[in-house]
Design a protein around this ligand. Structure first.
Ligand code: PSU
Ligand code: MN
Length: 306
């Protein structure tokens, strides 16, 4: 494998990795295709501040200029946030983007992939992709789930996006052998709401316990990652039933507009924001900050174990 020719790690991150210091990966699809400009610019830098405050180093990933970038400069973050001619890159697209020099935002799947190549174990996002509602017909299942099955990175998210079929997403993860852990919760979170009505495999009491479980999994050579469901802070949580109504409306609109494939998630997120007058977006920001915080704490604990 000659992947090192394609990997470009920021010096600060490279040094931290060599010294076994905590590093947390962050994705760029949430910036380019999950949030509006310029609010995403503020988020992109604020989320990195959250990570640093916990004593870890942030590593936002993207594909720029034929390189898998680990750690972005202010200018590169701006490019991702402006998202002019920036694609949404899943695993299948990576080689095309690298070979052609196109600029690409990394999804959960590709961020995990790049993190693993760089040696980063912990990754914070908003919520993972999963099995879409109606997947029985459309077969729309996010590549994020296969990545969790095979790539050794722990993803901290507020569950999966609530636009999905949460029950089927959990079934898929079980089949693929991915541990689904709750961070101080028995309930798998539902993105904007703290509870989905589905349970987690195990309720983790703190970051140290999370780190111990991850170390054990990887010591055993068990393939793949883990998903840690971290509920949105109480004060920003939205009512599950209210959000269901909004999501169903957005799903109807997507159907009418003939939205399919990878356009689905960005379309739904944008319309949910509109339908809630931005309330959902404020919650989205807060849950992402909270995930960055917990991921950083886990990363700090994991670095003590190695
Ligand atoms: N969660 C969010 N906002 C997002 C996404 C997730 O709060 O923008 C992105 C992630 O990058 C995730 C992707 O990997 O959506 C899933 O897209 P798809 O359903 O097309 O696999
Ligand atoms: Mn999809």
């Amino acid at each position: 494998m000659n992947y090192k020719d394609y990997l470009s790690i920021a010096p600060e991150i490279q040094e931290a990795l060599e010294q076994g210091k905590p590093v947390v990966a962050l994705e760029s699809t949430i910036l380019s295709h999950g949030m509006p400009y310029p609010e995403n610019v503020e988020f992109a830098s604020a989320v990195e501040v959250v990570v640093r405050k916990e004593g870890a180093i942030p590593a936002t990933t993207a594909i720029i200029g034929g390189k898998l970038k680990v750690g972005l400069t202010k200018d590169e973050l701006e490019i991702m946030c402006k998202a002019e001619d920036v694609g949404k890159v899943s695993r299948r697209d990576v080689a095309v983007y690298l070979a052609t020099g196109k600029t690409g935002a990394t999804t959960v799947a590709t961020t995990m992939m790049i993190a693993a190549l760089a040696g980063i174990k912990i990754f914070a996002t908003g919520g993972i992709g999963g099995v879409h509602r109606g997947a029985q017909e459309t077969m729309d299942i996010s590549a994020d789930l296969q990545e969790l099955a095979h790539t050794p990175v722990c993803v901290v998210g507020a569950g999966c996006k609530s636009i999905l079929d949460i029950g089927l997403t959990l079934e898929y993860l079980e089949t693929m052998g991915v541990p689904v852990l709750g961070y101080q919760t028995d309930d798998f979170p539902a993105f904007y709401s703290r509870k989905s009505g589905f349970g987690v495999d195990y309720n983790i009491k703190d970051a140290a316990e999370a780190a111990k479980i991850l170390k054990t999994k990887w010591d055993l050579g068990l393939e793949g990652g883990a998903l840690i469901g971290n509920p949105i802070p109480e004060e920003y949580a939205l009512d599950f039933d209210e959000m269901e109504k909004v999501i169903n409306k957005a799903l109807d609109m997507a159907k009418k507009d003939g939205i399919r494939g990878k356009a689905t998630t960005p379309y739904l997120l944008a319309h949910i924001k509109e339908l809630t007058d931005g309330v959902s977006f404020a919650s989205n920001l807060q849950l992402a900050y909270n995930n960055a915080k917990v991921a950083s704490q886990i990363s700090v604990e994991l670095s003590k174990l190695k």
